[in-house]
Design a binder for this molecule. Sequence first.
Ligand SMILES: O=C(O)/C=C\C(=O)CC(=O)CC(=O)O
Length: 220
Amino acid sequence: MVDATENDKPVLYSYWRSSCSWRVRIALNLKEIPYDIKAVSLIKGGGEQHCNEYREVNPMEQVPSLCIDGHTLVESLSIMHYLEETRPQRPLMPQNCLKRAKVREICEVISSGIQPLQNLIVLIYVGGEKKKEWSQHWITRGFRAVEKLLSTTAGKYCVGDEITLADCCLVPQVFNARRFHVDLRPFPIILRIDRELENHPAFRAAHPSSQPDCPPEIAK
Ligand SMILES: O=C(O)/C=C\C(=O)CC(=O)CC(=O)O
C-alpha cells in the first residue's frame, strides 16, 4: 500500500459498494474536488480493511478514509464536514441554523441509526439466514423516521431546494434498502428525492457501478 499522504491530490480509501464511501464520493464530486481512489476490498481474503497496514490508516478497520491536506481523516460524516469547512465552494450545509440542525438530524438517523445496523461486520455476526430479515427490519424502522422528518423539511431535496449532506447520506441508503429488498412503497418522499438525484452527474459518478473496483459483470 503506498503512503497516500505523500500525494497532493486527496486519496479516498473506498470500496465500491460501501454506502459510507459513497457518501464521501458524492460530496467530493459535488464540490468538484479531484481525488484518487485507493480501493480497499471488504471481501478479498476476509477483508483488506483488517490488514495491519490499513489499521494504521483507520483504526476502526472500515472505509472510507480520506488523505487530504497532509492528514488522514476517518468517519464519513466527519470527513464531509471537514470538506464543507475547508472547501466552502458549492455549500452542502444551509446557512440557517434550524435547517443545519435538520440536515444533521437526517444524517445522524441514517449514519448512526440505520447503516451501522446493516453493515458487513454486523451481518456477518448475525449470520446466514437471518441477514435479510435483520437488514429489512432496521432499514424499515429507520426509514419510517426519515420519512417523517422529511415530511416537514423536504423541498426538492431532503432539506429545502438545495442539495445538502442529508442527500449524500440518503441516496446510498436507498440503494442498500433495495439491495435487501425493503418495501419502499410506504416512503414516497424518500423515493421522490432518490429519483430526483439518480441522474445528477455527481451522484452518478459516485455510484457503485461507476467505481474502478466494481466487478466488471456489475459495472454499467
Ligand atoms: O459488498 C459487500 O458485499 C460487502 C460490503 C458492503 O456491502 C458494504 C457494507 O458494509 C454495507 C454498507 O456500506 O452499508
